[in-house]
Structure formats: C-alpha cells, structure tokens
Design a protein around this ligand. Structure first.
Ligand code: BTN
Length: 233
C-alpha cells in the first residue's frame, strides 16, 4: 500500500478519489494532520483539531467492491478490532459509526468512484485519538479520554492499513465481519428512528442483511434500508 502523508489538505477523501480517477492501480492511503474541508456523511462538515485525530482515506482501485457501504461497515469493525487491542470497549451504530460508551469516536465515509461503471472505492476514516475536550460532550469522545493515555495516531493507522491490504487482496471474511458488526450493534431489538431518503422510518431493528442493509420491523411490516441516520426512539 502506498502511504502519502500531508500536513493540511481540504479532504483526504478527495485526494483518494482523484488518485483512482487518474487510473492508479495500486491501493493507497492518504493521511493528513488537518483538513480544512473534511467531509462527513449527509453533506456535513467533519471538523478536526490539528494533529489530534487520525484522518485517513483509503483508495482501493478496481471494480470488485460492488458494495461501498458494506466496506464502510467493515471499516467500523476494523476500528473496533484496534480498540480491542488496547483494550477499550466499543459498539457499532449502523451504518458505520464506532461508539465508546455511547459517544462517537470514529466516523467513516465510504464513496463509490464511478467512471463508466465503478472504478474503485474510497473509505475515509476520522478517528478521535488524542482530543481532551469536545464542544458537545454528550456526542463525541476520543480514545485518549476512554483509555486514559495519549497514543500515536500511527498506531491505529498501521492496523487499518493491515486490514485494508487484506480487503484489497480479497482475503477478508465479510460474513464474519458482519457478524461482529451485528454483535456490537447494541440497538438491535430496540426501537429506532431512521432518517433515509428524506423520510423518517420508525420501528424495531431486527437484522442487518448480508449487503449491510438494516431491517426495521414497523408494526409487523418489514422495511429494508440501505443507508440512513439512526436515532434511538
Ligand atoms: C461521518 O460523518 O461520520 C463520516 C466522517 C468521515 C470523516 C473522514 S476524516 C478523513 C476522511 N476525509 C474526509 O473528508 N472525510 C473522511
């Protein structure tokens, strides 16, 4: 895997997208200390405190990753596997957040790259490593806060590179990863409100399908959602 490090960029996801569109065939990781236009899900901005978090986007060229969201979900599990090494307890929030004690520690943004068909996938990861404080304390946390000690951001980076190389070599077992995601999805069986396609769906989370979709039971009627934003009801 090629690794390219930058001090300041607009968005590492954009660098990874450009790299794929230029026709590069080797997988690559774009890492920055700070982003001036970090992209979050649903068009949001991903803010960072310079040097305190891991900001990385993996560029996986090729047409084999037909399901970018599933790769996002797998990446949440990879982050969790790293947290297990410390260890720090974690949970998943569908579709691809990682939480510690109910607060978000990582955001993941998978993007399919299209040019007359799918030509690659970008998976962006924003992992809160060494922040001490957050503007809204109820929403976010950092590994340092949970673990009690600062860590070099290279540590989770190396672990994620190791796993992404396996993804590229197609030697990861997505069935097993999905089982871990479900096991760590503490909202399974609970009532949720999911915002998807400008609509709000309310029901009980009953399963996550093989392709990463969430199944909600809405008073006996099963609804399959490919993506969305979850809040507990
Ligand atoms: C979310 O909204 O939860 C997803 C946030 C993803 C942020 C990461 S930071 C590195 C990469 N570059 C970006 O512009 N976004 C992703």
């Amino acid at each position: 895997m090629r690794i390219q490090k930058f001090e300041v960029v607009e968005s590492t996801n954009d660098l990874a997208r450009k790299y794929i569109l230029e026709g590069n065939k080797e997988p690559a990781a774009f890492v920055a200390e700070h982003q001036t236009r970090g992209k979050g899900r649903l068009g949001r901005v991903w803010e960072d405190e310079p040097g305190k978090s891991l900001l990385v986007s993996f560029a996986l060229p090729g047409s084999t990753y037909s399901n970018p969201p599933l790769l996002g979900l797998a990446t949440a599990v990879f982050v969790g596997e790293y947290l297990d090494l410390l260890p720090v307890p974690w949970e998943t929030k569908w579709p691809n957040d990682v939480l510690i004690e109910g607060k978000k520690v990582a955001g993941i943004l998978p993007e399919g790259i299209w040019q007359d068909g799918l030509v690659g996938v970008v998976v962006g990861v924003g992992l809160n490593v060494n922040q001490d404080e957050f503007p809204d304390d109820t929403e976010a946390t950092s590994i340092k806060h949970a673990f009690g000690q600062a860590l070099p951001v290279e540590q989770p980076l190396m672990y994620l590179i190791y796993r992404m190389e396996q993804v590229y070599e197609q030697i990861v077992d997505f069935t097993e990863i999905l089982a871990t995601f479900k096991d760590k999805f503490k909202s399974m069986g609970k009532k949720l409100r999911v915002r998807s396609n400008d609509q709000v769906w309310e029901g009980t989370a009953v399963d996550i399908e093989e392709d990463g979709s969430l199944i909600l039971n809405m008073e006996g009627k099963l609804v399959t959602l490919g993506w969305g934003e979850v809040t507990l009801r």
